[in-house]
Every structure is written in C-alpha cells, then in structure tokens.
Design a protein around this ligand. Structure first.
Ligand SMILES: Nc1ncnc2c1ncn2[C@@H]1O[C@H](COP(=O)(O)OP(=O)(O)OC[C@H]2O[C@@H]([n+]3cccc(C(=O)O)c3)[C@H](O)[C@@H]2O)[C@@H](O)[C@H]1O
Ligand SMILES: Nc1ncnc2c1ncn2[C@@H]1O[C@H](COP(=O)(O)OP(=O)(O)OP(=O)(O)O)[C@@H](O)[C@H]1O
Ligand SMILES: [Mg+2]
Length: 275
C-alpha cells in the first residue's frame, strides 16, 4: 500500500513527480559520492535519532556509499523516548550498517554542573544535548577518516530551526534542498517503514518537545508558505489568498526566516580597513 505523505489539510501539494523524485535521488547520491571523494574520506558518519530526516539520509548514504562505509551513532539522553532510540537502532540494523549507542546524559551533566544556573534554561540545556552529539560525530569522523552527514532539510534551513554549531555542525546536507513534505515522499519511495515516514517530528530537546508546537505551525503549512512566499514570488496577500492561510501564519514564517539569517552565514568580521 502506498504511503500518503500529504495531510488532508495541506495548503499546497509540493510532492515531486515520479521522474523528478528519481532524478532528485540520483542527484543526491552523486552529491554524496563527490563529497566523500573530494574529501579523500573513507565514508560517512551520522547521528541516528529514529526521526525521518536521519533515517532518509542513512538510506541515501548506504545507496551512495555502500553500507560498509556508513557509521551510525545513536545518542540517547534522558529526554529521548525509548521508542525513538529503538527506532534508530532498527534503522541501523535494517540497513546493516555499523552503529554505536552512546549515552550522552553524563556528558551533558558535566556541562550542567559547570553552569548550574544555565541548566534551568530549557532551550540552553536542550542545545547542550544537540551540540554534544555534534562533538561526538566529529570524534568518530576524525578517527575514522569520515565526513559528517547533516540531516537538515529546506524547511529547517529557512526557518533556522536548528542549533547553531549543533546539528548544523556537519560537512554537508544531502536533503538540504527538500521541504519536509518532500523528505517524507522520498523516504516512502525508498521503502522506509510508514511509521517512521509519518512520525511526528521532534528535536527531542526536552520532554514532550514537538517541532510543530514550538514553531506554532504544522510542516505542511510551513512548507507551503516557504515555497510560495519566502522561496517563491507571491506577495503576502497573494499567499494568503492562494493558500487559504492566515496573515499571522505568513508573518510567523517571515519572522522565523528573518531572525535566523545569521545562522545561514559564516560568522561575520568587520570589513578590512584600507590602511
Ligand atoms: N543576529 C545575530 N547575529 C549573530 N548571532 C546571533 C544573532 N542572534 C542570535 N545569535 C546567536 O545565536 C544563538 C541562538 O541560536 P542557537 O544557539 O542555535 O539557539 P536557538 O535558535 O535559540 O535554539 C535552537 C532552535 O532550533 C531548534 N532545533 C534545534 C536542534 C534540532 C532541532 C531539530 O529539529 O531537531 C531543532 C530548537 O528547538 C530551537 O527552536 C544566540 O545565543 C547567539 O549566540
Ligand atoms: N538521540 C539522538 N541520537 C543521535 N542523533 C540524534 C539524536 N537526536 C537528534 N539527532 C541528530 O540530529 C538530527 C536533527 O534532528 P531532527 O529532529 O531535526 O531530525 P530527525 O529526528 O531525523 O527527524 P524529525 O525532524 O522528523 O524528528 C537528527 O537527524 C540526527 O542526525
Ligand atoms: Mg527528531
């Protein structure tokens, strides 16, 4: 049975045609091979969360690089659900890749002990888990001569919905040009199990965390506004009319986009002086 990756309430269908999907997949496989070849690396490492982004990138990496050259790292903390962590292990087992399970709670606790007053800040503490995973990914990559694969998609990139130097600390983003809806579509086409394809997206930075509740938008609405207004040519009022979304929803997406501009660039320095 085919998985329907589009919700009934999606304002816009951004799914690719079968030909476009195949071309896109081939393009990503080629991209992955050239990233690894150009780096003179032995393969790739990535964090496995049981979510659809890392699951999709793991499948693509195996197709591009072969399973023996892909290393998965599952990094539970006390805010991850057992279900997600066992899904992450299932992905690695099903793909037949090497993987490790590394408990990061003790590492995060060392940071929390160093700055107890900051540990009470839910977001600051959540970012510690995310950045700790980035350090461990690079620990493996350095030691095994591998590159680190990112799992960021276009929806996250344009809204800045990632931790600076955390899950963004990677060598490439194979699915970085796909909206979330298209990631689900690609995953389904590659045979990823439906429960993973349709799982509620979560950064799991605190208990009960969900991307859509934190952003105040569901991904199908977010994707539609990004495609029509932020990436596309429609004005705000045309976007509202065309998609049947609200002014507030468009404003929210634009706010997320604008305030995360700094995350999409190298850290700036003053212009060189002519002295
Ligand atoms: N204008 C500006 N110019 C230069 N730097 C600026 C800046 N504004 C803030 N900053 C810096 O950026 C920092 C804030 O950015 P950052 O540290 O990233 O933290 P922040 O954006 O506050 O939080 C990360 C967001 O990404 C979400 N996330 C993270 C990780 C994974 C996922 C997921 O989907 O799995 C989602 C998370 O739920 C949260 O909404 C500030 O503390 C400051 O250092
Ligand atoms: N517990 C974890 N163990 C290993 N890697 C993790 C863990 N949590 C997050 N990551 C890494 O951080 C990335 C960003 O998380 P994010 O939640 O955006 O993606 P996802 O979990 O793959 O998919 P979804 O967004 O649908 O939840 C993951 O794709 C994964 O590479
Ligand atoms: Mg997740």
């Amino acid at each position: 049975m085919e998985t329907t990756v589009l919700s009934d309430t999606a304002p816009l269908d951004l799914r690719l045609s079968p030909d476009e999907l195949e071309t896109t997949r081939d393009h990503i496989l080629e991209f992955l091979r050239s990233i690894v070849d150009d780096a003179g690396a032995e393969g790739a490492v990535l964090g496995l969360s049981g979510g659809i982004d890392s699951t999709t990138v793991a499948h693509l990496a195996v197709d591009a690089l072969s399973r023996k050259n892909v290393h998965g790292v599952v990094m539970p903390s006390e805010v991850n659900t057992d279900q997600n962590m066992s899904d992450a292990e299932r992905v690695a087992e099903d793909l037949g890749i090497e993987y490790d399970v590394v408990e990061i709670q003790p590492i995060a606790e060392a940071f929390f002990d160093a700055f107890p007053e900051a540990a009470d800040d839910r977001l600051a503490a959540g970012n510690v888990y995310v950045r700790t995973r980035g350090v461990l990914n690079y620990f493996v990559a350095n030691a095994e001569d591998k590159v680190v694969l990112g799992t960021g998609n276009r929806s996250e990139g344009l809204t800045g919905y990632f931790t600076k130097y955390g899950d963004q600390a990677v060598d490439c983003n194979p699915i970085g040009n796909l909206y979330k809806q298209q990631v689900r579509q690609l995953a389904a086409a590659m045979g990823v199990d439906e429960d993973l394809v349709m799982k509620t997206p979560s950064a799991e930075m605190w208990e009960g965390h969900s991307d859509e509740s934190e952003m105040g938008l569901d991904y199908d609405t977010l994707d539609a506004i990004l495609a029509m207004h932020v990436d596309g040519p429609l004005s705000k009022s045309a976007t509202v009319d065309h998609l049947g979304v609200t002014d507030d929803q468009v404003d929210r997406v634009v706010e997320l986009y604008e305030r995360s501009e700094h995350k999409r660039h190298m850290p700036p320095a003053p212009e060189p002086l002519d002295i």
